[in-house]
Ligand binder design. Sequence first.
Ligand code: GTP
Ligand code: SPV
Ligand code: MN
Length: 590
Amino acid sequence: MSTSNQELARWVEDVAGLTQPDRIHWCDGSEAEDRQLIEAMLASGELEELNQDTHPNCYLHRSNPADVARVEHLTFVCTDEEEEAGPNNHWMAPDEARRKMRELFEGCMKGRTLYVVPYCMGPVDSPLSRCGVEITDSPYVVINMKRMTRMGRDALARIEQEGSFVRGLHSTGELDPERRFIMHFPQDLEIMSYGSGYGGNALLGKKCHALRIASHQARHEGWLAEHMLIVGIQNPQGETRYIAAAFPSACGKTNLAMLIPPEEYKGWKIWTVGDDIAWLHPREDGRLWAINPEAGYFGVVPGTSPKTNPNAYEMIQRDTLFTNVAVTKDNQPWWEGSPDGEPAVDWQGRPHDPANGPAAHPNSRFTVSARQNPSWSEVAEDPRGVPISAIVFGGRRKDTMPLVLQARDWDHGVLLGAGMASETTAAATGKKGVVRRDPMAMKPFCGYNFADYFGHWLDIGDKLEHPPEIFHVNWFQRGEDGGFIWPGFSENLRVLEWMLERAHGDAGAVETPAGLLPQQTELNTEGLDLSTTELEDLLSIDPAAWDQEMEAIGEFFAQFGGRIPDRLQKEFDRVRRALSDGEAVTASAR
Ligand code: GTP
Ligand code: SPV
Ligand code: MN
């Protein structure tokens, strides 16, 4: 295989000249090719077969222990001006970055195969989709891209027809954390990644293309590329409405996207459209429509069980690639939160010893095709996407943020998103559990200056005659005993129901200076074991805590100098003033 696209052919030739691989393989995306790669990786030890009786076609990949998460401090946005990348990104001048990367890539594929991986983000027949080509020397990347994207022949045909594509060059390199860089050149639609074989650093269609590069394109073309799940909620009357929700990494997107309704919700059904990324477009009908650019899930394994996420648990019993989980003595995958079994060998391949920490890495992941999900929605293949009724922002916060809060209008919603913060998780290297500002869950992924991004969100609102309602949620508030107050998981549907009633029905709300809270009687808590004080804690605004929160948001905005849009600053001032005039508010004390 090769290509009729001259630009692509020349680029592959140039890269091969630089990296000097032994062989070049153009990926066609076929099952036969996938099988051959898996066989070769089993032979080389890059993959291990898991128990084929209990887990047919499931394999384990163990990363280098120094390469198990995204590396935000080594991820750069290389624009002409530093201001364009903004204080939210690490920046390097494009020339300097290219020089650095050339040195690293020189001769790095000697003795290896160079794979050319054409892929399409989004349904191949959708005008909203965008294509890319990843060049990589990692067969692990190829078999992941096969599950995560529309990869191979059809994508290449679209590229040849359209003529444009995002270029991504990747090499695993020597996995030295000192020689590891993930570089983005948004103006040239180009990505270069060296020195990591892990997920978001190496599967370039995902965070690098579909968020960092796409957010830059979206800004110029009038749409949004977001770190959001897309879920359809079908009520007992048979109506399905769609919600898009942005939570930071490892904060509950996959779980919410494939939730199973609680027992009290007879006749309700959840449909998964996407679990990590949404591309949102204003349409002529005045509504916001969304597609999921991905075709699979690269999901957090720990905590997945028939109790927390039965759909995900069922979906990963077959045809799944596991990365960095532990195994039982009969070679079944095991992780913290597994419903049964005992770990015998840990994620690093050592005999399990609790003194070494968790048996599965906290950021261990599964890779599966979305079609394996029992709640997979056919509309994920619809070239038009789905209309969005509500946008939800949410963080992992032990206090301050109530279970749910509705914005009074679009601008206020943009403030709720821009003001988001969340405790850091194992999805990226660095300290865990530290509250940091993470606007719209895009801190690691926005390819340009956040101040301009907030302005772009305001502009999108102006284009929408029927904008989605905007909410903020927090499933992670903790009580005095340190445990989560809200039961979460399935029960989150109760909150989604209130949102949809606010968007399309007549559910009541209590106005507070921070936003609208559900009236206690309007949130269905039937069958839940929640005391009155717990419910009050979940649905209240503490003025002292919010005063501190606004202070922190103000300081965050100040980093951007005068670049924060006036409209957002005014909205901030309005809420701040209202809060300082107000009293403590709980949903019960009306
Ligand atoms: P990325 O793939 O990193 O972008 O993450 P994600 O947002 O898809 O996170 P995911 O759904 O995989 O959840 C991460 C962790 O949060 C898992 O350990 C879950 O068990 C836990 N979690 C998810 N939803 C809830 C919830 O409603 N309540 C509580 N307490 N934990 C949750
Ligand atoms: C995340 O970290 O938000 C992920 C996993 O979804 S990764 O693909 O590594 O970005
Ligand atoms: Mn993610």
